[in-house]
Design a protein around this ligand. Structure first.
Ligand SMILES: Cc1ncc(COP(=O)(O)O)c(C=O)c1O
Length: 375
C-alpha cells in the first residue's frame, strides 16, 4: 500500500482546483487596466471571442458574465412558452435546471446512463410529450453525451437541442468539438473551469439570427444601430474586458492545460485501478476534457467519512451534484431515477488542477485508499 502523508510544509494542502495563471494573464490584465477599458467594451473582448470561436469551431459566439447567464440567455431567446417542457438530466449542476424555470418553462427530469453518468437517450425518448420544446445535453465532468442519438431524437420530435458545455471546453464527439451539435450552447469560465476568466461565460450558435438576438438581449435589449433605443426586454449579461484579457491568455495555453488534465486523469485511473472505485467510462467516439477527476466510491462506503479523513490529511474533495428532483426548488416526490440517485450519493471529485504533480496524485490516491479501508 502507498504511504499516507498528512499536510505539512513538504505536503501542502491540495485543493480540488486552482487555476494556472502563469502565462500572459497578468500582462494582458494590466494592459486592459492601463487602457482604462475595464467594463464591457475593449479589444480583449473581440480577441477572446474570436479565439474561442475558432477553438470550438462555432461561427457565432457572444461572451457573457457567467455560465448561468449564458444558459438563461440561450433559453430566454428560444421564447419558451409557459407549460412547455425542456428535458434535462436531474444529475447536473443546478444552473442547468434553474434557468429552464427562470425562462418560463418546465424541466422534465431524465435518467442518466450508469456507464457514463450522462443523459440517457432512451429515457429522453420516453419522456418526450407534445409539450417538449427542447432537450438539454449536459456534458458533465467534461465527457460528451451521445450526440448522435440525442440529435436524432431532437430532429425526430422537432425539438431544439441545447448543449450545456460549462464543463466541456476541449471535449470532442467523433472528433468534433462539443457545442456545435445543438442549436445553441452555453459555457462557463468560472475559476475552476478548464479556461477561466474569473467569472464568465459564453453562448455559441450556428444560427446568425439567434446570435444577433442574444447579443442584443445580453445588452439590455438595445438596438445595435441606435443607442438607448431598446427593441426588447433585455438583461445586463455582458462580460468585462478585464475578464476577457485573462481568458485570452488562458486560451493561448488551452492545449497545455488539456494535456496536463488528461495526464492527471490517467494517473488517477492507473493508481486507483485496484481500489474498488469506478470512473465515468468513455467510448471510442468521445474525447473527454477531463475537467474534474470524479469517481464513485464502492457501494456502502461512507462518503462523508472518506472526505473528512482526506481533509484531515490536507486533501480537499467535493461531492458530486445532488439530483435536482430531490432538492426543494424542483422537488418531484414521486419521481425515481435510481441511477442518478446512486451516482449522486457515491460520487467524489478529487484535486484536478493542471499544476498537480504525480507526487500529489499519488498522495491523494494513498489518502483515498486508506480512508476507504477505514470507512
Ligand atoms: C454543468 C454546469 N452548468 C452551468 C454552470 C454555471 O456556470 P457559472 O458557475 O459560470 O454560472 C456550471 C458551473 O459550475 C456547470 O458546471
Amino acid at each position: 500500500m502507498l504511504p499516507v502523508v498528512g499536510p505539512s510544509k513538504r505536503n501542502p494542502f491540495l485543493p480540488v482546483y486552482q487555476p494556472d495563471l502563469s502565462g500572459n494573464e497578468r500582462a494582458y490584465l494590466m494592459e486592459a487596466f492601463d487602457s482604462t477599458w475595464i467594463s464591457s467594451r475593449g479589444e480583449f473582448l473581440d480577441r477572446f471571442e474570436a479565439a474561442i470561436a475558432s477553438r470550438i469551431e462555432i461561427p457565432y459566439v457572444s461572451a457573457v458574465c457567467n455560465g448561468t447567464a449564458a444558459l438563461h440567455l440561450a433559453l430566454h431567446c428560444l421564447d419558451l412558452q409557459p407549460g412547455e417542457e425542456v428535458i434535462v438530466p436531474s444529475f447536473t449542476y443546478i444552473a442547468s435546471v434553474n434557468t429552464i424555470v427562470q425562462a418560463g418553462a418546465v424541466p422534465v427530469f431524465a435518467e442518466v446512463r450508469a456507464e457514463d453518468w450522462l443523459l440517457d437517450p432512451e429515457d429522453v425518448r420516453r419522456r418526450v410529450t407534445s409539450r417538449t420544446r427542447a432537450i438539454m445535453a449536459v456534458h458533465l465532468y467534461g465527457l460528451p453525451c451521445d450526440m448522435d442519438r440525442l440529435s436524432a431524437i431532437a430532429e425526430e420530435f422537432g425539438c431544439t437541442l441545447i448543449e450545456d458545455c460549462a464543463e466541456a471546453l476541449g471535449a470532442k464527439w467523433r472528433g468534433r468539438h462539443v457545442g456545435g451539435f445543438g442549436r445553441v450552447s452555453a459555457w462557463s469560465f468560472f475559476g475552476n473551469k478548464t479556461v477561466t476568466t474569473g467569472e464568465g461565460g459564453l453562448v455559441a450558435t450556428t444560427d446568425p439570427a439567434l446570435h444577433r438576438r442574444m447579443a442584443i438581449v445580453k445588452g439590455q435589449g438595445m438596438d445595435p444601430d441606435r443607442r438607448y433605443w431598446h427593441v426588447e426586454l433585455g438583461f445586463n449579461y455582458r462580460m468585462t474586458n478585464i475578464a476577457a484579457a485573462i481568458g485570452l491568455a488562458q486560451l493561448e495555453r488551452l492545449d497545455d492545460i488539456l494535456r496536463r488534465k488528461r495526464t492527471i486523469a490517467a494517473q488517477y485511473r492507473t493508481a486507483l485501478s485496484q481500489s474498488g472505485v469506478s470512473f465515468q467510462s468513455a467510448t471510442a467516439a468521445v474525447e473527454s476534457s477531463e475537467w474534474l477527476v470524479t469517481l464513485l466510491l464502492p457501494e456502502g462506503a461512507d462518503r462523508d467519512a472518506v472526505m473528512q479523513r482526506m481533509l484531515q490529511e490536507g486533501i480537499e474533495t467535493r461531492p458530486v451534484f445532488y439530483c435536482a428532483h430531490n432538492m426543494p426548488p424542483h422537488l418531484r416526490q414521486s419521481l425515481s431515477l435510481p441511477i442518478s440517485e446512486s451516482i449522486a450519493a457515491r460520487g467524489v471529485s478529487l484535486p484536478s488542477y493542471p499544476t498537480l504533480s504525480l507526487e500529489d496524485v499519488l498522495r491523494v490516491c494513498a489518502s483515498l485508499t486508506g480512508a476507504l479501508q477505514r470507512a
